[in-house]
Design a protein around this ligand. Structure first.
Ligand code: NAI
Length: 287
């Protein structure tokens, strides 16, 4: 199998926006795609089958293979049902794009527990449930490809998106460990922070900027990360508007103390502690 040809890939939240683009490009390259979408509004309210059905119809009309699923990624039952759809339709499953998402933007001062929980449930719990349901299958067949949708909001922050940013960087924490635990089973896990014109971003930036950000610029990178050929794992890519970028955490040498230092000594050495000159990719010292 080369590329994603004959691979079975689940794309969550594929009824529109980026997920639709991922599903379409994957199918055009021979993948068998499970088009999952709850079919709700941008804030996660409502549900329906039309979004997923529409994308499946587009793929089939173009000569591709796809099947729809309307379950929510936010529960273990929903995720199990999505995996069951893949197995019933195609008999196996090789990869997943954990892409489903919602927004409940508000300043932190005004954020309610409900807004926090709703966003964490779909993005972070959703990423957990779908990859956890797939994990035994991937381990058993000694092959799996995981791509999670993170965000520059998680990596760098954005006003009004504390819930969303926390969920999105949580997914990077998830793939960092899945990359380690999956290595000996041929399971690779990466994250893509897309930047694209969809209903999620339509009122956040100007039309002029949106015109430069078609989802088509993101899908080729996601597709490639689902192939057997690409060896990368535990990596984060920012992709949009034609730019494809890798993002990584760096650490400086810091300062090492032989004895517990007095707080005043920390203050004296603070400039050295915070200076990032000569920083190198960080590694987990307790891993
Ligand atoms: P979108 O709103 O068009 O797509 C999200 C899809 O997920 C929708 O079709 C929605 O129905 C579905 N969905 C929501 N909750 C679900 C659930 N519980 N179960 C199953 N499906 C569910 O937005 P877009 O922009 O295509 O977003 C896709 C992903 O990319 C999201 O995770 C988003 O956070 C992420 N992202 C997008 C950026 C952008 O510039 N568009 C920037 C950074 C991240």
């Amino acid at each position: 199998m080369a590329g994603v040809d004959q691979r079975v890939v689940i794309v969550t939240g594929a009824g529109g926006g980026l997920g639709r683009e991922y599903a379409g490009l994957l199918a055009s390259r021979g993948a068998k795609v499970v088009v999952n979408d709850l079919g709700g509004a941008r804030d996660g309210s409502g549900s329906g089958s039309a979004a997923a059905d529409g994308v499946v119809a587009e793929i089939v009309a173009a000569g591709g293979q796809a099947v729809a699923n309307y379950d929510s990624v936010a529960t273990a039952e929903g995720a199990a049902s999505i995996v069951a759809t893949a197995l019933e339709a195609f008999g196996e499953v090789h990869g997943v794009v954990s892409n489903a998402g919602i927004l409940r933007d508000t300043s932190y001062a005004k954020m309610t527990d409900e807004q926090w929980d709703a966003v964490l449930r779909v993005h972070l719990d959703g990423g957990y449930h779908i990859t956890h349901a797939l994990w035994p299958h991937f381990r058993e067949q000694r092959f799996g490809r995981i791509v999670v949708a993170t965000s520059t909001t998680g990596l760098y922050g954005n006003f009004g998106q504390a819930n969303y940013g926390a969920a999105k960087l949580g997914l990077v924490g998830l793939i960092n460990t899945l990359a380690i635990e999956g290595a000996k089973y041929g399971i690779l896990a990466n994250a893509v922070a897309p930047i694209a014109a969809t209903r999620m971003t339509e009122d956040l930036v100007s039309e002029e900027v949106l015109a430069k950000l078609p989802p088509a610029f993101v899908a080729p990178v996601v597709t490639q990360l689902l192939t057997e050929e690409l060896p990368d794992t535990g990596s984060v890519f920012v992709v949009g508007g034609g730019q494809v970028q890798r993002v990584q955490q760096f650490a400086n040498a810091g300062v090492t103390f032989a004895e517990p230092p007095a707080p005043e000594v920390i203050a004296e050495r603070w400039a050295e502690i915070t200076d990032m000159t000569g920083a190198v990719p960080g590694v987990n010292p307790v891993g």
